[in-house]
Design a protein. Structure first.
Length: 585
């Protein structure tokens, strides 16, 4: 058993001394190895010893297989060598898992009885791992530095492959850091003094975080410079290649920083400053706001940058802002003066235009003046107006295409504007709606019906249909029809109707009112009565004359007939009914 126990340390040593391939790094990141602790903790004490023996056997098998594959490496081809390295990496991961699981089994077994020999071997293995982990970390960091030093001398067509190699080495380094954390936690669980390990790991992680912080800043600056160069020389084919390589470098540093910060959080090391920088680089503001410390750090960085920027450019910006405010104020004053002048000119009796056209002209001129003022103000900030105007033109085309129906209403509104079939305040019958025009715009007309309902009618529907303007003329004719019975005297009825119109003060003499016998109906003799009135007196005359006719006809004994119907009932004699009944009997 002692020879078997010694294989524990041997397995770990082999695992650390052999180079970690990319496949190994990926396998070490596979979840599930540390999940065995939950399974082990549930083992009955009677089965723990058997489980420990099985683990020791599996460790022995892993070590034997590693030695066997290593013996084949010297004579293997390049492809076979790669396959062997993958197999060795897989066995290394398994061996590490077995060692960790064996420590968990030892913890369970010691709850029943002391396991001095097994504990001694396990402790020796764990204590021996610590210096080898730091050697592996230093070795990988050295390889990464050597690879980075080759950037300047590497051809552009091989630059991407070099960045991939650096990325793989960085992932391997991150994996070793994670192994260190697992190693330290297992030592603590076994009761082994891990203070030295904790100190070394904390210092190494802080150093790594500082390094990654500087490298992220450098990569960002490099990307910014390359983008600026690309704008100046867009035909340079080398810049896109360098941009891709620099972005890979930045992404690699970001991923490593996340791993390192997660480990630092476990060790309760300060990470707010680094996480704030990470949030700034990745633009993931939402993630930073969830952490109070990171949010405070972000705010502090923003305030500091604002102070630095104000010291450098504050005075110049203040002068520009003052100049912009003066420009906008001047153009605003000019726009107000133009509005007043246009309003006064267009309201003159000599200018006969609609209210809608008047408002549109005033508003358009005022807005154009303010738009010109805004463009002048923007030019003071160094903003190029040509791309802005081109962008507005493209946006206008897109918006116009999307709003075809609205533009159709707009075109109809322009036709109504220039031809003026009606105006605000007119009583109209448009688009199947009768009422008073309350408001007009270039896309719709608002109508208030007689019972005070508010209806909005699209101008396209109005212009494509018959427009009836009831109040367009100053003088209107009131059309009335009154009937008398056939037994009444026609001259007498005519005289009464003419007298009623003469006595009404709102009936106009010119044009002369008309009273004529119009129709001989089924039950009445109908007269048409057509007085002329001013448009504002239309309904007063209509109602007054109708009332006066009824009262005067009653006084003069003239009957106003109404439809009547005579019903005649005939009795049919049943001839021979009794005879038929007798025959049937």
């Amino acid at each position: 058993m002692k020879s078997v126990y010694s294989l524990v340390a041997m397995c770990v040593i082999v695992q650390l001394l052999l180079p970690v391939t990319p496949a190994c790094a990926a396998a070490q990141e596979t979840p599930g190895l540390d999940d065995r602790e939950e399974i082990v903790s549930e083992l009955p004490a009677s089965e723990a010893g058997e489980h420990a023996a099985n683990l020791l056997a599996q460790i022995q098998n892993a070590v034997d297989a590693i030695e066997r594959y290593r013996g084949k490496l010297a004579a293997a081809s390049r492809e076979d060598s790669f396959v062997l390295q993958l197999q060795i990496s897989s066995l290394q991961v398994k061996g590490t898992g077995y060692v960790h699981e064996l420590a968990d089994v030892l913890h369970v077994m010691e709850q029943q009885s002391p396991q001095q020999e097994l504990r001694s071997r396990v402790e020796s293995a764990y204590v021996g791992i610590t210096p080898m982990l730091w050697e592996q970390i230093e070795h990988l960091r050295g390889e990464i530095d050597e690879a980075r030093a080759l950037r300047a001398s590497t051809a552009l067509d091989k630059r991407s492959a070099l960045e991939d190699r650096i990325s793989k080495l960085s992932r391997r380094l991150d994996t070793v850091y994670e192994i260190c954390m697992t190693h330290m936690n297992k030592m603590e669980k076994l009761g082994i003094d891990n203070s030295e390990t904790l100190e070394l790991l904390s210092g190494s992680l802080m150093e790594r975080a500082d390094e990654l912080s500087g490298r992220m800043e450098l990569a960002q600056q490099r990307i910014t410079d390359l983008k600026a160069r690309h704008k100046e020389t867009p035909d340079d084919a080398n810049i896109p290649v360098l941009l891709i390589a620099s972005q890979k470098d930045l992404d690699n540093n970001i991923n490593s920083m996340r791993v390192v910060l997660d480990l630092m959080d476990i060790l309760k090391l300060p990470t707010d400053t680094y996480r704030a920088e990470l949030v700034t680089v990745t633009s993931d503001i939402a993630a930073g706001l969830l952490d109070t410390g990171v949010a405070v750090s972000l705010m502090s960085r923003a305030v500091n940058r604002a102070k630095e920027w104000l010291k450098a450019d504050g005075l110049r910006l203040g002068i520009k802002l003052l100049l912009i405010m003066i420009i906008l104020a001047v153009f605003h004053l000019v726009a107000r003066l133009a509005r007043k002048a246009l309003k006064r000119s267009l309201s003159s009796s000599k200018v006969n235009i609609s209210r809608l056209l008047s408002r549109m002209v005033i508003s358009t001129v005022s807005n154009l003046i303010m738009l010109f003022g805004v463009l002048v103000a923007l030019s003071q900030l160094g903003i190029s107006l040509a791309p802005l105007l081109a962008g507005l033109g493209v946006a206008g085309f897109i918006v116009g295409f999307a709003l075809q129906d609205s533009l159709s209403n707009f075109a109809s509104g322009l036709m109504i504007l220039f031809y003026r079939p009606y105006d605000v305040g007119d009583m109209v019958d448009i688009g199947g709606v009768f009422g008073k025009v309350h408001k007009m715009s270039l896309v719709s007309t608002t109508i208030l019906t007689i019972d005070n309902q508010k209806l909005v009618v699209p101008n396209k529907k109005i212009w494509g249909d018959v427009i009836k303007n009831v109040t367009a003329q100053d003088v209107r004719r009131v059309d009335l029809v009154f009937g008398i019975s056939y037994s009444d005297e026609i001259p007498k009825a005519e005289a009464v109707l003419e007298d009623i119109l003469k006595q009404h003060d709102k009936v106009l003499d010119d044009p002369e009112p008309v009273v004529r016998l119009h129709n001989l109906g089924d039950s009445s003799v109908d007269f048409v009565v057509r007085p002329w009135v001013r448009k504002e007196d239309y309904w007063d005359v209509y109602w007054d004359v109708t009332r006066a006719v009824k009262m005067r006809f009653d006084e003069e004994g003239i009957a106003i007939p109404f439809p009547q119907r005579d019903v005649h009932i005939y009795e049919e004699k049943l001839i021979g009914k009794s005879e038929t009944e007798n025959k049937g009997g």
